[in-house]
Ligand binder design. Structure first.
Ligand code: NAP
Length: 297
C-alpha cells in the first residue's frame, strides 16, 4: 500500500498523453520550462519538491524525422532524462511507469509484435527510445514500460486532426496504405495507466509488473484505413468527405523509414493487469465526436 496523500508525478507538459492524464485526482503534471530533460538539474529538483508516490514519464522527444538531425536532444529526452528519473525512483523506492514506442521494431515481422521480439529501430527516435527502455530497466527502479503506437487525441498535433484539417480544402488525398498498426487514443492509454495505478495503490508492487508491456488500441488498420474511418466519422458531423486513395510507403518518402508492421500484441497487459485496450474504431468515434464538440478543425 502506498501513501495516497503523495502525488503522482506526470511529466510531459501539454503533450497528448500528459494532458489526458492530468484530469485525475492527485496528479501533479509538470513540463517545460520547470521540468526539462535538457536541464538535468530540473529533474531532481522537481522530483524532490513533489515527493511523489509514483512517476509517469510521458515526456519525450517525439518528432521522428527531426530527430535524425537533432540526435543529442533526442537522446537527452528519450534516454538520459528517463535514466535520471528512473534512478530517482529507484532511490525513493517508488514505481515508474515509462512510455515507449512501436518504433523500436523494424516492422518486418509478419504478425503482431510481442514484448520479447527482437528490436531493430529504423531511426534516431526509435533508437533513442530503445536506449531509454534499457536505461530505465538498468536503473534498479520498479519500472513498468508501456510501448504504445499511433497515438492521437482530440487536441494536439496528430494524424486524425491533420486529416480533418487537410480534408476541409482538398477533394482528394493520398495516404499510405501498406503500413499496419494499432491506433491508440491518449485517453485510452491514460485509462490503462490509471487502472495500473489503482492496482499499485491497492495491492502494492508485484515483481510480475516489472518490464515491458505493449499497450495499443485493439484491432488493426493502416494509415489509409484510419483516414477513411476518420472521414466516415466526420461525415456524421456534416464535414466534407474527400476521396482518400491508398499509396505505397515508397511513394511517400520520409527521412526515417516507418515500420510496415507496427502491430502490438497486448496480451501481457491483459494477463498481468487485466487491462484490455478498447478497439481503435470505437475510440475513433468518441474522439472525432469530441473534436467536433470542442475543437473543430
Ligand atoms: N505520438 C505518437 O504517435 C506515439 C507513438 C508511440 C509512442 N509514443 C510515446 O508516447 C509518449 C507520449 O507521447 P505524446 O503523443 O503524448 O507526445 P507529445 O504530444 O509529443 O508530448 C510529448 C511532450 O514531451 C515534452 N518534451 C519534449 N522534450 C522534452 C524535454 N527535453 N524535456 C521535458 N519535456 C519534453 C513536450 O513538452 P512541451 O509541451 O514543452 O513541448 C511534449 O509536451 C512518448 O513517450 C512517446 O514517445 C507516442
Amino acid at each position: 500500500m502506498s501513501d495516497a496523500t503523495r502525488p503522482i508525478l506526470v511529466t510531459g507538459g501539454a503533450g497528448q498523453l500528459a494532458s489526458a492524464l492530468a484530469a485525475g485526482a492527485g496528479i501533479l503534471r509538470v513540463g517545460r520550462p520547470a521540468f526539462d530533460f535538457d536541464k538535468p538539474e530540473t529533474i531532481e529538483a522537481t522530483f524532490q519538491a513533489a515527493n511523489p508516490r509514483l512517476v509517469v514519464n510521458a515526456a519525450a522527444y517525439t518528432a521522428v524525422d527531426a530527430a535524425e538531425k537533432d540526435i543529442e536532444a533526442a537522446y537527452r529526452a528519450n534516454r538520459d532524462g528517463p535514466a535520471i528519473l528512473a534512478r530517482l525512483c529507484a532511490a525513493a523506492d517508488i514505481p515508474l511507469i515509462h512510455v515507449s514506442t512501436d518504433y523500436v521494431f523494424d516492422g518486418t515481422k509478419p504478425t503482431p509484435y510481442v514484448e520479447t521480439d527482437p528490436v531493430g529501430p529504423q531511426g534516431v527516435y526509435g533508437a533513442s527510445k530503445l536506449a531509454g527502455e534499457q536505461a530505465v530497466m538498468a536503473s534498479g527502479a520498479k519500472a513498468i514500460i508501456l510501448r504504445t503506437a499511433w497515438v492521437y487525441a482530440a487536441t494536439g498535433k496528430n494524424f486524425v486532426r491533420t486529416m480533418l484539417t487537410v480534408g476541409k480544402t482538398r477533394d482528394r488525398l493520398t495516404v499510405v496504405g501498406d503500413q499496419h498498426g494499432c491506433p491508440t487514443t491518449a485517453d485510452d492509454l491514460a485509462d490503462a495507466i490509471r487502472s495500473i495505478i489503482i492496482r499499485l495503490d491497492q495491492g502494492g508492487w508485484n515483481p510480475a509488473y516489472q518490464g515491458i508491456f505493449h499497450a495499443a488500441g485493439s484491432g488493426e488498420t493502416t494509415w489509409h484505413g484510419l483516414a477513411v474511418a476518420t472521414f466516415e466519422e466526420a461525415a456524421r458531423h456534416g464535414a466534407k468527405v474527400p476521396e482518400v486513395a491508398p499509396i505505397a510507403t515508397a511513394d511517400w518518402p520520409t527521412p526515417v523509414k516507418r515500420p510496415a508492421n507496427s502491430r502490438l500484441d497486448c496480451s501481457r497487459l491483459q494477463q498481468v493487469f487485466e487491462v484490455r485496450m478498447p478497439h481503435w474504431r470505437e475510440s475513433l468515434t468518441r474522439t472525432v465526436d469530441t473534436i467536433f464538440a470542442t475543437a473543430p478543425p
